[in-house]
Design a protein. Structure first.
Ligand code: SDX
Length: 372
């Protein structure tokens, strides 16, 4: 009986693997909802802590709930001496994503409740990672620059404290606000590669820390989270706006993927870009960098004309983080600090109605044969 070959969907493109109530990515309406709220409204009016609560719990927090989250997040910000010692043993030449992946692994190894999978235990772990990731990212950038650790300030909110630990001070409100906006926009995006990685790991009943470590590995790649860092390298390669078109011709001729452009789901533009671009515009004005904006605009226009491919969130985020003063290698760890909320929300959702994730494969190797 002739078997019809099954349809292979490489990269699982267009495959609906499960349902989720956490976010809705709608390429038709070019929109993104977090638990039903348009992400643009949340970015306009909410703190990152409020959005974290929303993604984890399904509703925005009451003032008491928000106070409780803030208290537990602020109580968990200190790097333990052991964690700082492990970070200090990692060469400063290591990629910050490798440092962060290692740090999360140690936080998990140090947690006596790591394997507890109740929702309460998972939420406690999620808040611990929310608090610890900024401490690791900030310290790692400072040690690479030969600077001392800046301890967390419990009087400061999440975004302000992250910037304080990184730069030793809280920058002007326009910078803090752009950072807050980026954290909200990066927090969640349905079954992207790193989130799906976390769900696959959770589906085997492995622990939350293992799921986050796996997700960090997936996010590092330049086709995914690593693109925001790669966008800045592209800007540095191009140098100035007048070189943009020629650079693009060469890059496309050598079949390079242009970092910060295109998306597996959005095909008429990433819904988050206008909000992040507006924040970038405010930073450009604040730091008086019209040259950077001209390069951004020229490359975007050239990419539209040559390939009709639009920017994704990483395109405005890269130059925005550059203007804020972060090292380029720190950009994707910033994505982790935000997306750890989405990942842990999906870990809890997967665990609550679990089925082992194990797709099929179509064999195309040698026919059966035997040793002589
Ligand atoms: C993120 O999934 C998510 O939601 C991810 C994310 C999230 O919030 O979690 O949104 C975050 O990862 C955003 C994407 C960041 N990555 C980049 O900026 C890297 C550059 N982008 C490309 O690699 C690409 O656009 C992908 C990987 C993002 C999407 O690729 P797809 O869906 O596999 O689309 P495709 O490669 O099939 O594109 C179709 C065509 C191809 O041309 P042909 O080979 O058919 O001639 O468009 C071309 C592609 O080569 N193309 C590009 C391009 N993106 C697509 N050509 C040059 N540069 C690009 N950026």
């Amino acid at each position: 009986m002739s078997e019809t070959a099954p349809e292979i969907r490489k990269g699982l493109a267009g495959v609906v693997a499960d349902t989720t109530a956490i976010s809705k990515v709608n390429p038709e309406t070019n929109s993104l909802l977090y638990r039903g709220y348009p992400v643009q409204e949340l970015a306009e009016r909410c703190s990152f802590e409020e959005v974290a609560w929303l993604l984890w719990h399904g509703e925005l927090p009451t003032s008491d709930q928000l106070a409780g989250l803030r208290e537990s997040e602020r109580a968990g910000r200190e790097l333990t001496p052991e964690l700082r010692e492990v970070i200090d043993r990692i060469p400063t030449t290591a990629h910050p994503m490798d440092v962060l992946r290692t740090a999360v692994s140690l936080v998990g190894a140090q947690d006596p409740h790591a394997d507890e999978a109740t929702e309460e235990a998972s939420l406690t772990k999620a808040v611990r990672l929310l608090a610890q990731v900024p401490a690791v990212v900030a310290y790692d950038q400072r040690r690479r620059r030969g600077q001392d650790l800046v301890p967390p300030d419990p009087e400061l909110g999440y975004a302000e404290n992250f910037l304080h630990m990184t730069f030793g001070q809280v920058p002007e409100p326009v910078v803090v606000d752009a950072f807050r906006v980026s954290l909200i926009l990066y927090a969640e995006h349905s079954f992207n590669a790193s989130t799906f990685t976390a769900r696959v790991i959770t589906s085997t009943m492995a622990d939350l820390y293992s799921a986050v470590v796996g997700a960090i590995g997936a996010l590092k790649g330049p086709l995914h989270g690593g693109a925001n860092e790669a966008v800045m390298h592209v800007f540095e390669e191009i140098g100035s706006a007048e070189n943009a078109e020629a650079w693009l011709e060469d890059a496309l001729a050598s079949k390079r993927k242009i970092m910060g452009f295109g998306h597996r789901v959005y095909k008429t533009g990433d819904s988050r870009v206008p909000t992040m671009k507006a924040a970038l515009d405010r930073l450009v004005e604040h730091y008086d960098r019209p040259d950077l904006l001209e390069l951004y605009t020229r490359l975007e226009a050239a990419m539209g004309e040559r390939k009709n491919i639009l920017p994704n969130l990483d395109y405005p985020s890269g130059p925005a983080y550059h203007l804020m003063g972060f090292d380029t290698a720190t950009f994707t760890p910033l994505f982790v600090a935000s997306r750890v909320v989405g990942w842990t929300a999906h870990v809890m959702e997967q665990a609550a109605d679990n089925a082992l994730i194990r797709p099929l494969s179509e064999y195309d190797g040698p026919d059966e044969r035997h040793l002589t």
